[in-house]
Design a protein around this ligand. Structure first.
Ligand code: BTN
Length: 256
């Protein structure tokens, strides 16, 4: 590991409910920026949209960082894309055969299947960010047989794709090494400084997608990621920036 702050303070738990929950408690208790809490397994892992996260023991990475970025809360929505860029670059470095893609707003896919999920949770104080928890789950060595039947068509791992297991600590170090400079750039210059790199790995670009806009179902073509991190969706009404939600590719045969 070559970081200066991120992950230098490190807590490892053999089992926990959720590393995001533990990091949230540490953040509320005043933990410094960069604290990393990792676990070998989670019994109540949190995913996006109230879902869980498959966390089998001893094979994957489950970790959360306490961050205290000095940016406006309205800018924090693009942080998952910055983490996604760090993870995608790290996976390509650790397993060069992989071609990871970023699926807006916070997933990493390889060969059409999800390999990493990111859950950022923000706590405000007096209208400013007090701290932010960045939770990251990476499927490293889980095998196809170990995946529950409901995930077999939609999830993958580094070991499945590269046909060889990797030491989890190497993958973790690569992610943190990539993340720290990207995070510093994002804090200093905003997401616009990284938008081009993220767009090069955009899984959705040019694809027909279905999503909800303010609770109303909408269909359109994904046209890239804007300098503020919004997904640009071209609908019959024109080009609209979308700031939150989940995009489903509508092309027949697509697993995303
Ligand atoms: C998603 O739904 O795609 C996001 C999944 C995030 C899972 C990670 S695993 C480590 C951290 N702890 C949690 O409880 N969730 C995140």
């Amino acid at each position: 590991m070559a970081t200066k702050r991120i992950g230098r303070e490190f807590r490892f738990l053999t089992e926990t409910g959720s590393t995001n929950r533990d990091a949230d408690a540490a953040g509320a208790a005043g933990a410094a920026e960069g604290l990393l809490i990792a676990a070998d397994t989670q019994t109540a892992a949190r995913g996006r949209m109230g879902r869980g996260w498959f966390s089998p023991v001893g094979v994957n990475l489950y970790f959360s960082l306490v961050l205290r970025p000095d940016v406006a809360p309205s800018c924090a929505g693009s942080l998952p894309l910055v983490i996604g860029l760090a993870v995608a670059e790290a996976l390509a470095e650790c397993a060069p055969a992989l071609q990871p893609k970023i699926k807006w707003p916070n997933d990493i896919y390889v060969s059409g299947r999800k390999i990493c999920g990111i859950l950022c949770e923000m706590q405000l104080k007096g209208g400013a960010i007090d701290y932010l928890i960045a939770g990251i789950g990476v499927n490293v060595n889980v095998t196809a047989d170990q995946l529950p039947p409901e995930l077999r068509a939609s999830a993958t791992s580094i070991a499945i794709e590269a046909r060889a297991p990797l030491p989890r600590e190497n993958v973790l170090a690569a992610i943190l090494n990539r993340f720290e400079p990207l995070y510093d750039e994002w804090r200093a210059f905003g997401f616009k400084a990284l938008a081009q790199q993220v767009n090069l790995l955009d899984l959705l670009r040019g694809k027909p997608v279905r999503m909800e806009l303010s609770g109303i179902p909408a269909e359109g073509i994904a046209c890239g990621i804007a300098p503020d991190g919004a997904l640009l969706l071209k609908t019959a009404k024109g080009l609209a920036p979308v700031y939150s939600g989940e995009a489903h590719v509508t092309r027949v045969g697509s697993a995303v």
